[in-house]
Design a protein around this ligand. Structure first.
Ligand code: F6P
Length: 364
């Protein structure tokens, strides 16, 4: 009997744990015996390419990949089939809706179902494709942990570990030189990485997109640390924290979102202009947070997500995304998964934890 065909894609920014999900899907399918798994290279671009770029994912292909960062089937954040960028002859980029063509191709290639591993943007694509008739299941991924229907995404804990290790290194050099050290971490709209890193590392200040800060407060916290004799200060700032109500970065032609980066330095210069006389240095962690091997927790979460996603496909439960809630790996509808955003709320228990151990958010 011929096997049913399952297509897997990874979309959006990469994150540690993607390969562990792919491996878990392939191994589950192999044990089930009724399915064989394929990967679309570079999100759904692999389906839309001429000729298509589809790879067979068997046990040999996925052996040991759970330890590796990145994704063996590549990814992109420039492959939204509903708003697909096409280069015109005059060099301009036009965006067109290729979703019908994509679905037709997937079915014409003999695929019965699709698992789309990706963040908020990718799951909005999953929902739109499901609404148009595609048998699709989502798996949430993002280092930002900004999907509201899951308590955790894989990749986040690895990013926090990398940021915390980096923070610890900055503390020793800040202390040796009596400096103010600013660590800029990722976090576009949600400050989860910054908040976790600041608590784990023991920062004095944590600046996140959700909480507007005042230079005066930050300067006062810095001065009081020197006044009390400690003589150095460590600050964690999320790249999406706003300076004077503005994001710091650059939006180039064709970009859907502003490319963030530089708020750490902007803060340094603003503090110097404000009159802070202590030496200030900045470290921007950037994509280091998204690279390399996932920590054990993320390998386990990613494996559990991959297994659950395959079970949803096996049971025909399309239009859902797997999630992790209250220590259970379960699932929710794609509609629910994409309806709201996971911001750091002021009543979150970690805000209280942070304040109670003397961490300032720079609020007046
Ligand atoms: O969404 C995850 C994320 O890492 C954000 O924290 C960051 O702003 C963005 O992706 C960076 O995207 P890119 O890899 O396209 O520069």
């Amino acid at each position: 009997m011929s096997k049913k065909k399952l297509l897997v894609a990874t979309g959006g920014g990469d994150c540690p744990g993607l390969n562990a999900v792919i491996r878990a899907i392939v191994k589950s399918a192999d044990r089930n015996g009724e399915w064989e798994v394929y990967g679309s290279m570079e999100a759904f671009n692999g389906v839309l390419e001429d000729p298509p770029e589809i790879v067979h994912l068997d046990n040999d292909r996925v052996q040991g990949i759970h330890v590796k960062g990145g994704t063996i089937i590549k990814t992109t954040n420039k492959g939204n089939p509903l708003n697909y960028p096409i280069q015109k002859e005059n060099g301009e980029t036009e965006h067109i809706d290729l979703s019908d063509k994509l679905i037709e191709r997937i079915y014409n290639m003999g695929f019965e179902a699709v698992i789309n591993i990706g963040g908020d943007g990718s799951q909005k694509i999953s929902k739109a494709l499901f609404d148009k008739g595609l048998n699709i299941v989502g798996v949430p991924k993002t280092i930002d942990n900004d999907l509201s229907s899951t308590d955790l995404t894989f990749g986040f804990s690895t990013a926090v570990q990398i940021a915390t290790d980096s923070f610890d290194k900055l503390v020793t050099t800040a202390s040796s030189h009596n400096r103010v050290m600013i660590l800029e971490v990722m976090g576009r709209n949600a400050g989860w990485i910054a908040l976790h890193t600041a608590i784990a590392g023991g920062a004095e200040l944590c600046l996140i997109p959700e909480v507007p800060f005042k230079l005066e407060t930050i300067a006062n916290v810095i001065e009081s640390r020197y006044d009390e004799g400690t003589g150095f200060v460590n600050i964690v700032i999320a790249e999406g924290a706003q300076m004077d109500g503005k994001l710091v970065g650059r939006k180039e032609e064709g970009d859907e979102n502003i490319k963030l980066g530089g708020v750490g330095n902007a803060l340094r210069f603003a503090l110097e202009d404000y009159g802070v006389k202590h030496d200030i240095r900045v470290a921007v962690l950037g994509h280091i947070q998204r690279g390399g091997s996932p920590i054990a927790f993320d390998r386990i979460l990613a494996s559990a997500f991959g297994v659950r996603a395959f079970e949803l496909v096996r049971d025909g439960k399309y239009g859902h995304m797997v999630n992790y809630k209250n220590n259970l790996v379960s699932y929710t509808t794609l509609a629910d998964a994409t309806s709201s955003y996971n911001f750091v709320e002021v009543n979150n228990y970690l805000i209280n934890t942070a304040k109670s151990i003397g961490l300032s958010f720079g609020v007046k």
